[in-house]
Design a protein around this ligand. Sequence first.
Ligand SMILES: C[S@@+](CC[C@H](N)C(=O)[O-])C[C@H]1O[C@@H](n2cnc3c(N)ncnc32)[C@H](O)[C@@H]1O
Ligand code: SF4
Length: 451
Amino acid sequence: MIDPEAVLNHHCKPVPRYTSYPTASMFKEGLGAVLFEQSLAGLDPADPVSTYLHIPYCDRLCWFCACHTKHTLKYAPVARYVRSLVAEVKLLKQHLPFRPLLGQLHLGGGSPSLLKSDDLLLIRDALEQVFTINADTEISVEIDPSDVNGSTIDGLAEFGLTRASIGVQDFHPDVQQAINRPQSFEITRDVVQQLRAAGIRSLNIDALYGLPLQSESRLLRTLEQCVNLHPDRMALFGYAHVPWLKKHQNMINCDDLAGPLERYKHSRSATQALVAAGYQAIGIDHFAKPDDSLAMAARLGELHRNFQGYTTDNHQTMIGCGASSIGRSTIGYVQNTVPSNQYESQVSAGTLPKNKGLVFTADDRLRRHIIERLMCDFAVDFNTLDAYPIELVDACRKQAQRLVSEDRFGFCSFDDSTLQVQPVAKPFTRIIAANFDAYYEPEQFQYSKAV
Ligand SMILES: C[S@@+](CC[C@H](N)C(=O)[O-])C[C@H]1O[C@@H](n2cnc3c(N)ncnc32)[C@H](O)[C@@H]1O
Ligand code: SF4
């Protein structure tokens, strides 16, 4: 048995969420453009690519939000931004050696659901000029039920949407007031029905634990209401309170936030409730119906983790478009310029808005693989790492053995060749993964609480 209180007292420092390794805090200014050109030049025509499009606008500002977004009540800045996004997508054509097949496309934000249907179609048209989109292309979008209307839902259906991810967070009015996010169950239910009526079959719902004024019973009631909407997938993220990075989080009263042990208990009860409702637990914070592709990928050891969380996306190359978006290739990570005005100026000057980047070293590749497998499978078999230099694998193997021999909490076992996270230690996997992070500095303030 693990004593969670002792673990949380000992590991009180923040840790990365490991949606990438190395983490975005390691990206270096000015590397992005060259790295991106090299990545595109190295594409294999046989391999489909993924694309992430970022919409950094919302018509409300939720105080808990840690996303790259801006509040606007006017549509004009959004419309102008869409013109830049379309121009950036079209610019790709000049840099791509051929027309790649688009395997997966994700529209995230911010709130892509506030886009007008005409703008969605402009984006789709630009994508079609650059990529081949076919019936197998998975297209997903993040939806804030309070800003989406029937016309946008029709536009999304015409766009070819295959999965919608709906933000709920919590349904209790007191919690919603404490995070400045009013959203009735009825509005959410109506949007779910409209999406299904428009033919969008696969739905995900996002909920959060660790929100201000959120008791265990409020959280469980929210999850019950979500389950009543029959989503195929659910994400239950721990609220990341990082007011030093996101000033508006200062609007949240710290006295209303649960402490680490309470957060742990809430997350554990929530996991039990979702599993009892028929969902398969996936990684540290996702759930899916057992016949959903994410659940199947998890069972087959084919799950991946990217900036959006857990995914079935196994493509080597992800092209990021839009301010602050991050892409990835076999060479490294590339991030677009973050401030949207600078991003728009670069695009209008005909320049690819690539700014920061990180070129993988051999050690980064190996540690990235180890961390991804730990986060996805809770295990890593060191005898399957032939693709990596043997001396680096040996160093990590020794690190794994040391981790187990010095493990005062019973987090992991190491038998023959496999480092295995114990089932009770799963909520602490980010702490375990940090042991393989060569850059981890606990004093860094970019990160959030481990649980
Ligand atoms: C990019 S947001 C977009 C969602 C959409 N705009 C909405 O509000 O419904 C995606 C998800 O990130 C999660 N998120 C945002 N801020 C967070 C934070 N501080 N900690 C943990 N998760 C957060 C929320 O669950 C949210 O639904
Ligand atoms: S949670 Fe969604 S709607 Fe709220 S500010 Fe963040 S991105 Fe915008």
